[in-house]
Design a protein around this ligand. Structure first.
Ligand code: ADP
Ligand code: MG
Ligand code: ZN
Length: 489
């Protein structure tokens, strides 16, 4: 008997939670805590879940959710409703969470992701609004007794849930989706969307099926994932595990598994056969939201240009390569910085946009990365970079000098013209210094001189390099070459 190996296809749908960037919480007036707020300092009877209090809807949170929905090409129905999702957990203060069940704010959208140079459209099932829970912290005493502490600051923060269709087919696609979604959330200013900081969290649902099969296999939901890389690793692991189970004659049961980063494995948490019954019912303390068209249109009119559109415009308007346009539009602040700088460069030579792009994607990006600083927090501002470009353009400093000057600007925030003037870095125009350096180099490099004289053309390149070094890159290589040829005959 012969058997042909069955090949499997991976199916993934993602549930993503993102904390919204509002000043206050979802249903009370408590300020959104900062990373430095001490535990239980931003709480009130509403988010503590005391009896007898009434929630009030945060309008800004609703707007940010609608804006996200629009950015994800969703339909915004005219009516939306809050529901109670009932379950018991120590960090759920009221014993229920206000969420949205059958009438979410946004539905039926899509997000295009780029994968291996191709565009793939991933369906968005829904985007809804809910409240975050408190956070428990599990501790152990020195004698090994365990106890838990609870911080209620996070309780009641507005949380948006974005549910995708099961359209993703690999861990790579899931990663591309999360990266793209994070970019969109940041562009519209809805969330910081930082998985490591916990303000974006994701739960991948993973199943496999024989290639060519049209129905889905049983899915496993993965919890406790707190970075993009963990999401990728967890999906890879889970696909491998499911494949092994099936190939050894087993069956996948629908269940929730947790990702254990320490052992790089998923472990069973609870089976869906004992699935929670959340006993959803309409939140009696909140009215149905009537979402007027005019309001949606007004929100749409305030929406910033989205990354894909901006990238295309950068290519067309500034004549940039696809790569440059993509890297520049990765974050809104970098794209803003680019356009502000281009607008300020006054030099008349050549297409300036390309030079600005080179600085932003080259030295500037490298230094920012090394320091872990975001461009908007750098002490280099667009006007200073524009001034530096003008100095290079007018021939006042060489390209090599400009790199040093930029390093200094980046460290100190000082303006380039000032640095150049103070450190005597302007380009050597007067030949005296160049002639001196040339003479010195000829004297100190008898071998290269002899090589050149015996017809070895490349030797002169070495000599030019030496003179450039002597003059700290301030001489023009063309002029140096001219002087050398004259001297050496
Ligand atoms: P649940 O009620 O268990 O949360 P949903 O039907 O709401 O399940 O789906 C949750 C997520 O799981 C969605 O992102 C959806 O696309 C995804 N999903 C549904 N079925 C599958 C499947 N068979 N394999 C992988 N993902 C799936
Ligand atoms: Mg689920
Ligand atoms: Zn509160």
């Amino acid at each position: 008997m012969t058997t042909t190996a069955v090949r499997y296809e991976t199916v993934i749908g993602l549930e993503v939670h993102a904390q919204l960037l509002t000043e206050s919480k979802m249903f009370c007036a408590c300020p959104s805590p900062s990373m430095h707020s001490s535990p239980n300092s931003t709480v009130c009877p509403v988010c503590l879940g005391m009896p007898g209090v009434l929630p009030v809807i945060n309008r800004r949170a609703v707007e940010l959710t609608i804006m996200t929905g629009l950015a994800l090409n969703c339909r915004i129905p005219g009516e939306a409703k809050f529901d109670r999702k009932n379950y018991h957990y120590p960090d759920l203060m009221k014993g229920y969470q206000i969420s949205q069940y059958d009438l979410p704010l946004c539905r039926d959208g899509w997000l295009d992701i780029d994968i291996e140079g191709k565009t793939q459209r991933i369906g968005i099932t829904r985007v809804h609004l809910e409240e975050d829970t408190a956070r428990s912290q599990h501790m152990t005493t020195q004698v090994g007794e365990s106890y838990s502490l609870i911080d209620v600051n996070r309780s009641g923060l507005p949380l948006m849930e974005i549910v995708s269709e099961p359209d993703l087919r690999s861990a790579e696609e899931a990663r591309a989706y999360l990266t793209k979604l994070r970019q969109v959330l940041r562009y519209v200013g809805a969330s910081r969307a930082n998985m490591e900081q916990g303000n974006m969290r994701c739960e991948p649902n993973v199943s496999i099926r024989p290639l060519g099969e049209s129905s889905f296999g049983a899915k496993v939901e993965l919890k406790n994932i707190n970075s993009l890389r963990h999401a990728y690793d967890a999906i890879k692991f889970e696909v491998g595990r499911q494949t092994k189970v099936i190939e050894s004659g087993g069956r996948i049961v629908q269940e929730t598994r947790g990702w254990r980063e320490d052992i790089k494995q998923s472990v069973a948490q609870r089976s869906k056969e004992f699935a929670d019954d959340y006993r959803y019912f309409p939140e009696p303390d909140l009215p149905i939201m009537m979402v007027e068209r005019a309001w949606v249109d007004e929100i749409r009119s305030r929406m910033p240009e989205l990354p894909n559109v901006r990238q295309r415009r950068f290519s067309e308007r500034y004549g940039l390569s696809e790569y440059d346009a993509r890297v520049l539009t990765e974050s809104r602040s970098r794209a803003d910085f680019f356009e502000a700088t281009v607008a300020l460069v006054t030099g008349e030579k050549g297409p300036r946009a390309k030079s600005v792009a080179n600085w932003l994607n080259g030295d500037f990006a490298r230094l920012l990365n090394a320091d872990g600083v975001e461009i908007q927090d750098s002490c280099v501002k667009p006007a200073a970079l524009a001034e530096l470009l003008d100095l290079v353009d007018s021939g006042a400093i060489s390209g090599t000098t400009a790199k040093d000057v930029f390093g200094e600007m980046f460290k100190t925030g000082r303006l380039p013209a000032e640095i150049v003037k103070e450190s005597n870095l302007s380009r050597l125009d007067s030949s005296d210094e160049i002639l001196d350096a040339t003479a010195r180099v000829i004297e100190e490099s008898p071998k290269a001189v002899a090589d050149y004289k015996s017809g070895k053309e490349t030797a002169i390149k070495f000599l030019v390099g030496q003179v450039m070094r002597e003059t700290k890159g301030r001489a023009s290589p063309d002029i140096v070459l001219k002087h050398l040829r004259e001297k050496l005959g």
